[in-house]
Design a binder for this molecule. Structure first.
Ligand code: ATP
Length: 328
């Protein structure tokens, strides 16, 4: 593969996600495979501005495929939002003779990459790494599968105690803008109700549904709530409201929080990260840039970064119906 690109930089940016290390490993090793150099950039765009980077070779990324988090660290950089900051970042890349960037992160990180590309004509490719799965142009983002498994396992444990004490549990899972985690985890963990930002079921229907399930003989229930649910109350207020309107029910709240972000990446995330890393590097070597690598129908795809950023990832309506049928 003859290309003018001789050195590629790789970084992780925004919220960390399991599988990011496997993606870094893949990018570094694909560079080595094609006999080009690779620079690891620490702390995302902030590290780029501050010149915090070092050369990595195939051996620098040993024993990381199984590790959560990111060995390159991640950061949110206010400085990169300024023209001056981006100029410094560009100077770092020029000084280190880095010809192109692979950015592993969410839509904010891709927006940053796009702005950078517009300003300096600099080649950038994105790999979607975020547990929320809220990115257009890919069926799955890195870390999503792991987060689902982590959350389901946690809810399984809560179910044990819920059923022993005849309790109603409200469990908040991550997902500020998208209900992918809540919906899939809710179906996978057998939740009674699933509240997601995309659908406002309303408090009355929630109460109605919980009352119906009690009448139908259920003595314990689990309601999965996405943190960005639009019902207008947070998970604690929601629990309080139900408690006031359904006396006699023993209600508890559990917020799974950051534990959903950590942990050993699932096999699916490791494989996806390995595939996306190869695709990202080889796309740059083919002279293409300003794309995000995605996966659709088990085939890797390229989506222009602006479409990935502006598009809306749709919730699976069929799953909503499945969850309604399952909670009869
Ligand atoms: P997550 O989905 O986990 O939030 P993210 O990539 O969306 O990940 P952000 O904090 O939104 O996380 O963005 C990461 C970084 O990208 C920001 O800290 C900033 O440095 C850069 N960035 C985001 N938007 C812009 C922008 N409009 N212009 C320049 N840089 C930006």
């Amino acid at each position: 593969m003859a290309s003018s690109i001789k050195k590629i930089g790789v970084m992780t940016s925004g919220g960390d996600a399991p599988g990011m290390n496997a993606a870094i490993r893949s990018v570094v090793r694909t560079c080595a495979f094609h006999n080009i150099k690779c620079m690891g950039i620490y702390r995302g765009y902030q590290g780029l501005i501050e010149g915090d980077l070092e050369e990595m070779d195939a051996r620098s990324v040993r024993n990381i495929i199984n590790r959560g988090g990111t060995i390159l660290k991640s950061a949110r950089s206010q400085d990169f939002r300024t023209k001056e900051g981006r100029k410094k970042a560009h100077e770092t890349l020029v000084a280190n003779e880095v010809d192109a960037l692979v950015v592993i992160g969410g839509d904010g990180s891709f927006t940053g990459g796009m702005v950078f590309n517009e300003e300096f004509g600099y080649p950038v490719i994105g790999i979607p790494g975020t547990i929320d799965n809220d990115i257009f142009g890919t069926k799955s983002t890195l870390g999503y599968d792991t987060a689902l498994n982590t959350a389901v396992e946690a809810i399984d444990r809560i179910r044990d105690t819920a059923s022993s004490h005849d309790r109603l549990f409200f469990i908040e899972v991550m997902g500020r803008d998208a209900g992918h985690i809540a919906l899939n985890v809710g179906v996978g963990a057998g939740a009674e109700e699933i509240l997601i930002p995309e659908e406002d079921m309303g408090l009355d229907r929630l109460l109605e549904s919980l009352k119906t399930s009690r009448v139908s003989g259920k003595t314990s229930s689990i309601v999965v709530v996405a943190e960005g649910d639009k019902i207008g109350k947070n998970v604690f207020q929601l629990a309080e409201y139900v408690e006031e309107n359904m006396p006699g029910y023993d209600i508890r709240v559990s917020v799974l929080g950051h534990m959903q972000r950590g942990g050993t990446p699932s096999c699916a995330d490791r494989v996806l990260a390995s595939r996306m890393g190869v695709k990202a590097v080889e796309t740059l070597l083919e002279g293409k840039s300003n794309f995000m690598v995605g996966i659709n129908n088990d085939e890797l795809s390229l989506t222009p970064l602006d479409r990935a950023v502006k598009g809306k990832s749709e919730i699976d309506k069929e799953l909503i119906r499945v969850s309604e049928i399952m909670s009869i």
